[in-house]
Design a protein around this ligand. Sequence first.
Ligand code: URA
Length: 443
Amino acid sequence: MNFSDLIEKKKQGKAHSEDEINFIVSSYMSGEASDAQAAAWTAAVYFKGMTLDETVSLTEALGKSGKIINFGELGDKIADKHSTGGVGDKVTITLIPLLAAAGLPVAKLADRTLGASAGTVDKLEAIPNLNTNLSSGMIVNQVKNINAVIASQADDLAPADKKMYALRNEIGILNSAPLVASSIIAKKIASGASNIIIDVKYGSGACMRTLEDARELANLLVKVAKRLDKSLTAIITSMEEPLGRAVGHAIEVIEAIEFLKGHCDNGDLAELTYAIGAATLLHMDLYNNDAEAVSYLKNLVHSGRALEKFKELIIAQGGAPDVIENYDKFTLPAFKIQCEAKKSGFVQNISADNISCAAKALGALRDGMSKPVDLSVGIYLNKKSGEYVSKGEVLFTIYANTEESAKIAQMYCDNAFSVSESKPSRNSLIYKIISTKDEDENV
Ligand code: URA
């Protein structure tokens, strides 16, 4: 087989066999195929698509390209929540301790900051000394000891996915449904998760920009999971506006801690955390009524048990738990600039895309996989959609390390907000939930 012939085949829109997909993945991993060749093949897939059979083959080839974590007798109980990524999306940090407090063993292989959104691994590393670089043995032990782990994708777990995902980020091909579906489920094969909940986002701050694309991805995730005998629920949610109020790394962790302390039970962060949490409990047949599941989860937050679990996770991963009580323990940036509203009215919308550009200008987002990100900078949305702001009141706050980056970020944030007299109606964040348990998975 020859890699160049396979690029040509995909350019002509023809389907690969399983052997051909295995060859593509193994030659890229071994270095026989160059980054340029893999990029050309990826671009051909982006434009010509893949059949379900090809997507399943790619998922297996990526997932089995390294070690597979074995949780032994806990195997079919392991839950994992994944998001396709969004601006201000810190739900992994709010939800994993919450599910673990509910008694579920949760093993989360998280991503670093890529594309338009900050990744959970980088966010957690804003906690002094916290280690996300865990071996498979450490992951298994931590889940057995405290029910929860959030680790980065170690080099030996789905390494082919790691290499291809980084390449796709570099060449701007993140939003291809077969590539995203295979990348996500491959990680779940490697991480040994059997109950998978995926938040499939659409909107200006998501890799899938339209509802149509998100629906296509959600349907595909369910179909691929069914073929691979994995139990999966996909929740299609809006990412037109940043989630919660904080966008960055350290400031997102602080907002997540505030949630776990029971200080933000209203608003979109709480809505989504409880909705995905309840969907997980329903998916695992632990509850059959959404409202009861939500009320149980709220109780875990308000009794302090979810926060306690987060503290256990920080300690287990070598981090400094005193950040929970003292936010000054996070590294703080040089400048805090409070920006005022130029007119009075209701906030109609906050463009996630513009806020992401502001975060990038501040240095919170990463261009290439090996480049550093500044964990201390970010944007705080003092007002969210539907809230009233008076002229001169603080609309947003910028945390920056240089005056120049703050100026650029302020310009993007000014453009992100639209304010007018009428109170906007509030749309639900959640469009639809589909699952491998449904007879007909198409939405
Ligand atoms: N998340 C992943 O793990 N992979 C993608 O391709 C996109 C989002």
